[in-house]
Write a protein that binds this ligand. Structure first.
Ligand SMILES: N[C@@H](CCC(=O)N[C@@H](CS)C(=O)NCC(=O)O)C(=O)O
Length: 85
C-alpha cells in the first residue's frame, strides 16, 4: 500500500490528484501545520529531514519532491496515461 505524507494546503494535492486519477490505492498520513507559523511540525522530520511534503512511500522506497513523485507514479503505474505524446 502506498502512503502519501501530506500537509493541508500544500502541493501534496498534486500527488493526491494523480493517485486518484490513476486509481491507485493509497493511504494519507496528514500532518497538521503549526497554527501560528503555518509551518510543518517537527515530527515530519522523522520522515523527511527537511520537514517538507509531499513524501511518498511505496514499499521500501521513500521519495520526496512532488515532481519526482509525479514521474515515479507515471512510470510505475501510469500505463502511458497522462503524458504528452
Ligand atoms: N520542491 C518541493 C517543495 C516542498 C515544499 O516546500 N513543501 C511545502 C508545502 S507546499 C512544505 O512542506 N512546507 C512546510 C514547511 O516548510 O514547514 C516539492 O515540490 O515537493
Amino acid at each position: 500500500m502506498i502512503t502519501l505524507y501530506t500537509l493541508a494546503q500544500s502541493r501534496s494535492h498534486r500527488s493526491v490528484w494523480l493517485l486518484e486519477e490513476l486509481g491507485i490505492p493509497y493511504q494519507l498520513q496528514q500532518f497538521e501545520r503549526d497554527p501560528i507559523t503555518r509551518l510543518a511540525p517537527q515530527t515530519l522530520k522523522a520522515i523527511h529531514p527537511l520537514g517538507k511534503v509531499p513524501v511518498l512511500q511505496d514499499g521500501e522506497l521513500l521519495l520526496a519532491e512532488s515532481g519526482a513523485i509525479t514521474e515515479y507514479l507515471l512510470d510505475q503505474y501510469g500505463q502511458d496515461r497522462l503524458r504528452p505524446i
